[in-house]
Write a protein that binds this ligand. Sequence first.
Ligand code: SF4
Length: 501
Amino acid sequence: MQLSKSRIMSALQCRKRLYFEVHRPELQKISPATQAAFDTGNRVGDFAQQIYGQGQGILIEYGPGLSQALKDTERLMTAGVDEPIFEATFSHGGVLVRLDVLIPPGPHTQSPAWKIVEVKASTKLKDEHVADCAIQAWVFEGLGYALGGIALAHIDKAYAYPGGEDYHGLLVEEDLTAEVAELQDSVPAWVGMARESASGEMPDVQVGQHCTTPHLCPFFEQCWPTETKYPVQALRGSKEKLGQLVADGYLDIRDVPTTVLDGTETRSRIHRVTVAEEAELLEGASSFVQELAFPRYYLDFETIMPPVPIWSGTHPYETHAVQWSCHIEDSDGSLRHEEFLDLSGEPPMRPLAESLIGMLGHDGPILMYTNYEATVIRGLADRFPDLAPELEAILDRLVDLHPVVKENYYHPDMLGSWSLKAVLPTIAADIDYSALEEIQEGTAASKGYLEAIDSSTSPERREQLRTRLLEYCRLDTEAMVRLVRFLGARPSPTSGPALSR
Ligand code: SF4
């Protein structure tokens, strides 16, 4: 059986994961965040080809098939090319690898041997990168080629984009030659383990920390309980401990006896409320709301964090606010809505900050959910020192609803999460993110914005995205209004909303 490098990496995370990939690929579920990470990796890979190739590199196409890619690679290696080869393809010992960048001997490497560069979109070296490179080196050297060095090229967070499509400096290399050499003797064992996992019976692996580390396993739902109403993983805490509960046969929170519930106060509370099957709303919530003055501003930002900077003077993965929505509530209960979204493709941060300052006025609490909005506003103040006094005045008015909700409210259907999207269905079932078209969560919003400002996007599609982005962000602030109204309703002494069964 031919194993790709990525399959061996899957087996190193979990043998059962590889078994599923080979035998039941239709069961995998790719989360939006995982898909976004793939897309980011591909995008950074494309930039790496520009940076290393400088218009000269040779790409081994995969379209014509594996055997053609292997032949094309061998032909170039034998011919003694001077240019870097991208996606050079090799097979040895039943293991297939495609190398991001292969630099030929000569002036580029200052060595009589080849150099491999693995490209990653992360901002630092991680343990799994060394194993990844070790597999590549094992295949390459196993074919008899001389390897002069192997490096990981990752994003340099300190890089500032000068503009003009000049991305030199975006990637920084870390030499892994010595670390990879140390692992060479381990690779055959990895290959053997992966081959056995893929070809034998389904490995008996207990769930645990490895289900989310180093990556969220796409078969998570196959192994963790999902059929039950309140799966134990909603108890939160380390996946190791939760995995032990599953191994001990506890699938639903209601089955877990208090005696085995070793954990934090939060975990005990989730357990207590879930077992009671009755939501808990404490009086502190309504006291908090009654003290909020009017007008009340409900603010939410949408942001992007592009790995490859778009605007000059910006850095990789820098957070840029690109959109805001605000509902404004007066003491008579009336609501107004304001919003900002600029899809011109020009840097929107300055007009966004100015419009925000103008809209928020000088008085009234500004409600947010988690302190992300504060981080964004601080970032704007750093970027535009002339606006800093007004932005800092806004910071003084921010009120975070998240800790209030966490302290005073829990509903079993929240499944251990106090995110707005977990809380909302339990208090306002009529607000339904899944009814929104295309953009239903933050990752999709970020992707939608980037597509909308791309010059290749048609005007019709841009307008469609504008509508969807505005609807999504507006729903976030409308949700906060509903949340505060819910919290402000004075609760009965012990309980909140009745549960639907
Ligand atoms: S969910 Fe966990 S145990 Fe199941 S295949 Fe994935 S990593 Fe392995």
